[in-house]
Ligand binder design. Structure first.
Ligand code: HSE
Length: 457
């Protein structure tokens, strides 16, 4: 596709004895922007050697230009992001401001001016990714965002390119390092959620207001981006039902461990028609996309992902199972992914090409009630004859099959730990409401989905 307006961009500066440098503007100089700027300033020769393209930093737009930024020449700093984007000396724009505004307008302006864009902005992509990807494709330009999901892990490019022909069934990811750190600490040190969160805050892994991470907003934005890419769908963060980790109790983590499971916050995107013998790929895709804590068998590859690490587990009809693992956050790891995109964008700019774009359709989102998985439930009941029969009757009446049950004595009470077979979520929710209404049930405690060892009743 011809690049519209490409002739409006001034020719890149040509250095002696080598091809012209590709001139880069960086918008935002926080954790990731700062690391990228430092690398571009200090490693230009090494990058040129490794990648075959010389990148020249020509400007850095920041919110507060008066703030000292050691190591960054003052001449590069500007408070005028809009002016920098339209500066004819700029060939490629890197957007690292975050949030929807003003990032969206700046990305649109860059594309309209014929400049490819690299961004790490998950909020922007999870809200307007499809429109921006179309805008970029319509002018034959790159909009690259490897760093927007799971930091340093090469994930977007493998999904877009290596797995381009693969009928992907499901992608399950640990895509939030903060919550994975908290759950790992609860599991390995036996501490409460509050204690583990405080430790994460002390280490700088969790924000003072941790809600974006612990309530699943961050993972939901990433899930929307993954679903859009895996299934060529227009999916936004608002499509993603989410449950956070604040209600996960140490007792459920211990029971999970006894039963051979670990608890993880998962972003799950799955195609519920069109693959795996469930229809044809020509149908409007029906997908499920969601974020929730879940129990995974200890033997599942994602179960081994500890601390602040991220990993994404992909299941395809032909490729089978594969997992990508690494650091999902942090300035230098995330800047490493941005740099990879920047080099691609620079090469594409030279060759007049761009990363492939597949038009996206609006999918059907499978209703939550129709999702199927196995469940764990922890229920405190009165300890007397007939109670177990009454509880089991409720499961049966609602079509939920019990896979195992363990009873733990608690004085006059008993704690019943159930694992179900795979069941419809609507049926499980009806069972839970019924249990809450039973006179012999004192308390319905932890309730968790069990993923990764699907076993039909
Ligand atoms: N706060 C995120 C995490 C990193 O804890 O993984 C940025 O998306």
């Amino acid at each position: 596709m011809a690049r519209k307006d490409a002739d409006q961009v001034a020719a890149p500066a040509r250095l002696d004895g080598e091809e012209a440098a590709v001139r880069v503007a960086v918008l935002g100089c926080g954790n990731v922007g700062g690391a990228l700027v430092a690398t571009l300033l200090s490693d230009s020769d090494a990058i040129a050697q490794r990648s075959g393209v010389r990148l020249e930093l020509v400007g850095v737009a920041v919110g507060d230009p008066a703030r000292p930024r050691p190591g960054v020449p003052a001449a590069l700093i500007t408070g005028d992001a809009k002016g920098l984007v339209s500066d004819p000396r700029v060939d490629v724009v890197v957007e690292l401001i975050g949030g929807v505004d003003p990032a969206r307008g700046l990305v649109e302006s860059a594309l309209a001016a014929g400049k490819p864009v690299v961004t790490a902005n998950k909020e922007l992509l999870a809200a307007h990714g499809s429109a921006l990807a179309e805008a970029a494709a319509s002018v034959g330009l790159d909009l690259l965002y490897e760093a927007a999901v799971a930091g340093a892990i090469p994930l977007i490019r493998p999904l877009r390119e290596s797995l381009a022909g693969e009928p992907i069934r499901r992608v399950m990811g640990i895509v939030n390092g903060t919550t994975n750190y908290i759950l790992t600490t609860m599991s390995e040190e036996g501490v409460s959620y509050t204690q583990a969160l405080a430790e994460a805050q002390r280490l700088g892994l969790a924000e003072r207001d941790p809600s974006a991470d612990v309530d699943g907003h961050d993972a939901a934005a990433k899930a929307a981006i993954l679903a859009a890419l895996a299934f060529h769908c227009d999916v936004v963060a608002d499509d993603v039902p989410r449950e956070g980790i604040a209600t996960v109790a140490p007792v459920d983590i211990s029971f999970a461990a006894r039963l051979g499971y670990v608890v993880k916050l998962l972003a799950v995107v799955e195609r519920t028609n069109g693959t795996g013998g469930k229809g044809t790929d020509t149908e409007v895709p029906e997908i499920s996309v969601r974020v929730h804590p879940a129990m995974l068998p200890r033997t599942h590859p994602l179960a081994a992902v500890r601390g602040a690490f991220n990993a994404v587990f992909v299941e395809g009809d032909n490729a089978g199972e594969l997992m990508l693992y690494g650091l999902g956050a942090g300035g230098r790891p995330t800047a490493s992914a941005v740099l990879g995109d920047l080099i691609d964008a620079a090469h594409h700019l030279r060759s007049g090409s761009s990363a492939r774009f597949v038009p996206r359709v609006r999918p059907r989102i499978r209703p939550t009630d129709d999702l199927r998985c196995a469940w764990y439930m922890n229920i405190d009941v009165v300890d007397r004859p007939g109670v177990l029969a009454a509880v089991a009757q409720l499961f049966g009446d609602n079509g939920v099959s019990i896979r195992s049950m363990e009873q733990v004595g608690l004085g006059d009470e008993a704690r019943l730990i159930f694992l179900t077979h795979v069941a419809r979520e609507g049926d499980v929710q009806r069972t839970l409401s019924g249990l809450r209404g039973l006179e012999v049930v004192d308390h319905v405690g932890g309730v968790l989905r069990v993923m990764g060892d699907e076993e039909e009743a």
